[in-house]
Design a protein around this ligand. Structure first.
Ligand code: ACO
Length: 324
């Protein structure tokens, strides 16, 4: 019998304040038309002053625990994927742990920028497979609004704040692709692409948090190629075909990237979960936010095969297959 992780619950949270493209056009030289045509983004949520990444994470985690019918005291491990931690240290995961009232187990952060949730899920799933944890809270939480250069129209229009979380629980099974749970995760990185997407600050360099810098075209080019490779590897590893996929729940960076992925898989748009129009790119939070939305509105049903993929700064990228 193999040990694998089942998603027992999911939850998400978005800050109350909504900033539309028209709002941005009041302060920078941009337009709703340009942003919608190039990215599909119409609006994004922005955290209030004094509202931190851990605040968003706790709300998403609470909702995930509620859906799972579990108490925080039953959790063995918290993995929080974020590139916008409350502080340089300690890990935001430990702040969430304290706020949830969890006094045992372990909590740490994972940093893989927009691929953060896939990385966090992979780490958590491997802890469960190895028998080192039975129940894991995986969170993606970000306040990218804090690291944007609000004068740089080529980046500040693209991102938003938010958090999503899933609760994983270890179950026994025969390890087949028809069984429920995380089927596989595949992670990659290539640090040579640092300059295409990075933050120009940090404790060891400038001593400041810095601002996000990006060569959008370069990121776009790599995103489509790399994520397609990661998808092929995931399907091959499980003996599955694109036709077996019920839902594509991609990282939400840009509608054009999402559509390119769907086209390659021959998936109709009704089978692709899209939130980028309302959330923009929430980095590590985007996949669990999209997943929770489609679970909540009952698009995703028990037994459905879900493909998740992401790419982010580093570059990092990866894929995960999940039978709901
Ligand atoms: N409003 C109006 N004009 C703008 C804006 C804006 N917000 N931003 C840039 N422009 C202008 C540029 O100045 C440029 O003008 P110029 O021709 O006079 O010099 C023109 O628009 C074209 O700029 P490009 O950068 O070439 O536009 P492009 O078509 O490449 O679109 C975009 C830019 C949307 C960033 C695209 O490259 C992209 O989506 N890349 C992927 C990046 C991404 O998603 N990153 C997220 C993090 S990584 C990830 O999650 C996968």
């Amino acid at each position: 019998m193999a040990h694998r992780s089942l998603v027992a619950g999911c939850g998400s949270y978005l800050p109350a304040r909504v900033v539309t493209n028209a709002d941005l056009a009041k302060t920078i030289d941009t337009s709703d038309d340009w942003i919608v045509q190039r990215t599909g983004i119409r609006e994004r949520h922005v955290a209030a002053e004094g509202e931190y990444t851990s605040d968003l994470a706790v709300k998403a985690a609470d909702a995930a625990l509620r859906m799972a019918g579990m108490a925080a005291s039953e959790i063995d491990l918290i993995v929080c994927a974020t590139s916008t931690p409350d502080e340089t240290f300690p890990a935001t995961a430990t702040r969430v742990q304290a706020r949830l009232g969890m006094t045992r187990g372990a909590a740490f952060d994972v940093q893989a920028v927009c691929s953060g949730f896939i990385y966090g899920l992979a780490v958590a799933d491997n802890f469960v497979r190895a028998g080192q944890a039975e129940t894991v809270l995986v969170i993606g939480a970000e306040t990218f609004s804090r690291i944007l250069d609000w004068q740089d129209r080529s980046t500040c229009v693209l991102f938003g704040d938010g958090a999503g979380a899933v609760v994983l629980r270890g179950v026994e099974g025969n390890g087949g692709a028809k069984e429920r749970g995380v089927l596989s995760t595949h992670l990659y990185s290539d640090g040579r692409h640092h300059d295409a997407l990075y933050v120009d600050g940090g404790p060891s360099t400038t001593g400041t948090a810095g601002h996000l810098r990006m060569d959008g075209r370069e990121v776009f080019r790599h995103a489509v190629v790399r994520m397609a490779e990661a998808i092929d590897t995931a399907l091959d590893a499980n003996g599955l075909n694109p036709g077996d996929i019920d839902w594509l729940v991609p990282h939400q960076a840009n509608l054009r990237i999402i559509e390119a992925m769907a086209k390659r898989l021959n998936l109709p748009s009704e089978r692709v979960v899209v939130t980028v129009d309302r959330h923009a790119n929430t980095s590590a939070a985007s996949i669990p936010l999209a997943l929770c939305e489609a679970v909540r509105d009952e698009r995703i049903q028990q037994g459905d095969l879900i493909l998740m993929e992401a790419m982010g700064g580093g570059f990092t990228w990866g894929s995960a297959l999940l039978r709901w």
